[in-house]
Design a protein around this ligand. Sequence first.
Ligand code: FAD
Length: 396
Amino acid sequence: MSHTPVAIIGAGPAGLTLSHLLHQHGVESVIFESRSREDVEETVRAGVLEQGTMNLMRETGVGERMDREADIDEAIDISIDGLRTRIELTELTGHQMAVYPQHEYLKDFIAKRIADGGTIYFNTSVDEVSGYDGDRVTVSYTDEKGESQTLTSDYVVAGDGSKSPYRKPVLELDGAVRDRHEYPYAWFGILVNAPQTQKELIYATHDQGFALISTRTETVQRYYLQCNPDDTVEQWSDDRIWSELHARVDSADLQVSEGEIFDKAVLRFRSAVTDPMQRGRLFLAGDAAHTVPPTGAKGLNLAVADVAVLAPALARAVKRNNRDLLDRYSALAVPRIWKAQHFSYWMSSMLHSVPGDPHFQHQRRLAELESVLATEAGRTYLAQQYVGKDLPTFEV
Ligand SMILES: Cc1cc2nc3c(=O)[nH]c(=O)nc-3n(C[C@H](O)[C@H](O)[C@H](O)COP(=O)(O)OP(=O)(O)OC[C@H]3O[C@@H](n4cnc5c(N)ncnc54)[C@H](O)[C@@H]3O)c2cc1C
């Protein structure tokens, strides 16, 4: 049976970033990923990198392609019934953000891990993890040939996404909680082969509902429309999609660019926070521990923020046999998660009209949004929350 200091479940942003940072600290790890490398590298999801995430990539030698290819944005637009207000992110905060698709981020980290001699087992599912309350963890997995194998580790990190079964043992601890919130709306997301509508993102609110215009590459655009959580893809014909997008976003000087729609999906809105995010030698990171609605563009960035704490904490434990930082992992990570929850909830509530809401609520919501946009203090607050705080750093 082989052994590794840190076993990591999942080659998403949490798992890959963690493995890379551990390597930087001189600690090796093994990543298990149930999907193929091609699948991981082709699945389109999030697309916004905060300044802290960009800095981490640059400072640890993974930022070259991002610097070359990402759209570096210094502003976003918020539109009310077609009237756009620019939020000057960089002018108001000194920070930028990058529009760089999650799968490109993952490609860079996979390539770097492999170039650095790291171990990623693709097509390999972890079936069970045991021993985390004792001295040594045992990870049981099915390898790419379909054979059952085991590996031991000093620590195990579940970076296996929102359906992680490893929350369950953490939630068995006394005082452990999972706070959840469901939203009365969802996003209908499409991917389109089309030129950019505009370089910067547009968050649009309208009587017919919310819409988001974002870009993935110069020729692939990601558009979202507010829909009902129970809507199905079949209910949204191409004609209906274009007519709603034009109604919610277009203005005299801007028209949503159309093209061939090659992906349609309903994205449900959920908030969830698990606290603590650890039990013995088992740690949760990224969506395994928390989920945010996509409005604030925080999902990927929060996964990176978790492992910015977890990597030095694990390195200190492995190299110096010192668990002080590791024992404080949840206490250090959870406050940032709640701030991201608050921002995502606040942006979502201000920008979405809730079907059946009394007229009072509708007017109050618009008044709140207009007040935020009309004052420099309001725009600065929104910009600060949107670009996020710098990532924490710790000595190993
Ligand atoms: C359709 C979609 C669209 C999104 N859009 C946005 C957006 O626009 N903006 C935004 O900020 N966020 C968005 N998000 C959220 C963002 O993508 C996530 O927050 C981010 O991927 C979290 O990273 P993670 O590493 O924690 O988990 P994941 O990226 O989910 O990675 C988990 C990995 O673990 C693997 N895995 C699971 N179980 C096992 C197992 N037993 N053994 C081995 N491997 C396993 C999975 O295959 C997966 O590759 C979106 C999410 C989805 C699903």
